[in-house]
Design a binder for this molecule. Structure first.
Ligand SMILES: *[C@@H]1O[C@H](CO)[C@@H](O)[C@H](O)[C@H]1NC(C)=O
Length: 308
């Protein structure tokens, strides 16, 4: 009896050490640039043994189908929200991502129909919608996104729309890479009877998040620089998928519109309309003289604490 206990205690100690180093030293962020992503190509893979993080993956998470979520902390969970309402997926200091939910063929079933991304404190608004299976439409600040051509937004975010099977819009700012896709029809699960055209979303980290929240964002809280250094010395601070429970109630994540941040989970720091207008106007006009206005605007925003 005593020997068994001793062995178990030793095994527990080894496990604790592994957890701490997994959450601490082993955090490797993704490299920047289009085509650098190691996110799974298909977000329909729901078998944890297949999707489980491999060593070359940066921290990532995603939401797929009638939404099932895979967290940055490896937790699998559902968030149904409600049809015809919008919910906050990720909220952090400079970026805020909502999804508008739609109904599915089964009563009570919901999917994500549109995604709205605010970047650079609201300087940029990216609107993404499906237009059928493998069909995606996107606008950035009201202008349609052109396919197969990288667009750099006024706040410095990069966007790339790829048409074809599982059409995708890739978004990248200083901290987050998002892939929003309009997948092909699922003809396998119940012969396709429970699928409808919708959007899936995957998120990958390029650096430490500031203060992440939202349905998916909350699973990255163990990856802020403070949490990572804490977990290196205190194994109890490391993320555990088993202990994870989504915080609060669905209503805490509800927003009144695709580009609203009026939810309990908002961590978004919106810049003033004046700041945003100055940067947008400068970017729209372009030109050498006005570039200095952009620089000035960026400096003002950087001073105010937004990581651009
Ligand atoms: C699209 O997604 C399906 C499954 O979700 C996958 O089998 C297929 O390979 C994907 N196609 C492309 C071009 O990524």
């Amino acid at each position: 009896m005593a020997v068994t206990k001793l062995v178990l205690a030793a095994a527990a100690a080894v496990m604790a050490t592994t957890t701490a180093s997994a959450a601490g030293e082993d955090v490797r962020f993704a490299s920047r640039g289009a085509g650098e992503s190691h996110l799974p190509l298909s977000f329909k893979v729901e078998d944890p043994s297949v999707t489980n993080r491999q060593s070359y993956y940066s921290p990532y998470g995603y939401g797929t189908g009638d939404p099932h979520f895979y967290g940055f902390n490896h937790a699998w969970f559902d968030f149904a929200g409600a049809r015809n309402q919008a919910f906050n997926l990720i909220s952090d200091a400079a970026v805020h991502v909502n999804a508008a939910f739609i109904g599915g063929p089964v009563a009570g079933q919901t999917f994500m129909g549109k995604v709205g991304i605010q970047a650079g404190g609201g300087v940029d608004r990216v609107s993404i919608a499906h237009c059928g299976y493998s069909c995606i439409e996107a606008t950035v600040n009201g202008a349609a996104l052109v396919a197969d051509k990288e667009t750099v937004t006024p706040s410095g975010a990069r966007l790339l729309l790829t048409r074809g099977e599982n059409a995708t819009v890739e978004f990248e700012d200083a901290t987050y890479r998002l892939k929003v896709s309009s997948p092909i029809a699922d003809t396998v699960w119940k012969g396709g009877a429970e699928d409808t055209p919708h959007l899936d979303i995957a998120a990958e980290l390029l650096g430490y998040p500031t203060d992440p929240h939202g349905v998916l964002g909350q699973t990255a809280r163990h990856l802020t620089s403070a949490a990572v250094s804490r977990s290196a010395v205190d194994e109890d601070a490391a993320a555990s998928a088993d202990d994870f429970a989504i915080e609060g109630v669905d209503a805490d994540y509800r927003v009144s519109g695709l580009f609203e941040a009026d939810c309990v989970t908002s961590r978004f720091v919106a810049r003033s309309a004046r700041e945003i207008a100055a940067v947008r106007m400068a970017a729209a006009r372009g030109g050498r003289k006005l570039l200095s206005v952009v620089e000035h605007g960026r400096k003002a925003i950087a001073t105010a604490g937004v990581h651009m």
